[in-house]
Design a binder for this molecule. Structure first.
Ligand code: SAH
Length: 205
């Protein structure tokens, strides 16, 4: 999967590829769909949500550029797969999920796999998680028209935020870098994510 789909899409950061080789994606996919876990597609995980396509996880993770020792915030835990990949790259990962049951399921798989540096919280991630801010890296894994200000405020100076930004049917991977006095933005590959809902997210699904 990593060679055929992720590297083939241009992901060449050896740390990202190694992290994706290490995490067993099938553990984050519902039993009946496990046979499809290593294809390059998103898959339903219940509650109308999906585990992202491996090549897209690779691209987003590469764009995020997590360095050893960093603290990362993810919005949209979903299955927990992306959080698991991040946990191999960072010192600590906080991941927020608005659907209780998904948060609970992800949390228990992450624990079973021994990924102890991930903490999953069940609540509206558009508020961010001020208790552990600022973050060196923030990854939003749900589509949004605009990046909530609350998240930009929780980004450390010199930090980087990655999010799929655009209308509901297609977004671009946006990379935002926080500099001393302002933010630099750059848009990349086109992707399709389920909507970021919540207080500062999309008003409709
Ligand atoms: N990163 C996930 C896939 C994300 S799917 C994985 O690796 O499997 C997007 C997830 O974002 C869904 O689970 C959805 O419930 C969640 N979500 C949407 N809006 C949210 C919000 N405001 N706060 C937290 N989670 C949210």
């Amino acid at each position: 999967m990593v060679e055929r789909f992720v590297a083939a899409r241009g992901v060449d950061d050896p740390r990202v590829l190694a992290a994706m080789l290490e995490v067993p994606r099938h553990r984050f996919v519902p039993e009946p769909l496990r046979g499809k876990a290593y294809g390059d597609h998103s898959l339903p995980i219940g509650h109308g949500q999906t585990i992202s396509q491996p090549s897209v996880v690779g691209l987003m993770t590469q764009r995020l550029g997590v360095q050893e020792g960093q603290k990362v915030l993810e919005i949209g835990t979903g299955s927990g797969y992306q959080a698991a990949v991040l946990s191999r790259l960072a010192r600590s990962v906080y991941s927020l999920e608005r659907i209780d049951e998904l948060a609970r399921a992800a949390s228990s798989i992450l624990r079973e796999l021994g990924y102890q540096n991930v903490s999953v919280k069940a609540f509206d991630g558009t508020y961010g998680y001020p208790a552990a801010a600022p973050y060196d890296r923030i990854l939003v894994t749900a589509g949004t028209h605009e990046i909530p200000e609350t998240l930009l405020e929780q980004l450390a100076v010199g930090g980087r935020l990655v999010a799929p930004v655009g209308p509901a049917d297609r977004q671009r991977i946006r990379v935002v870098r926080r500099r001393k006095t302002d933010f630099a933005r750059e848009d990349g590959e086109e992707v399709v994510f389920v909507p970021l809902l919540g207080k500062f997210g999309r008003t409709s699904a």
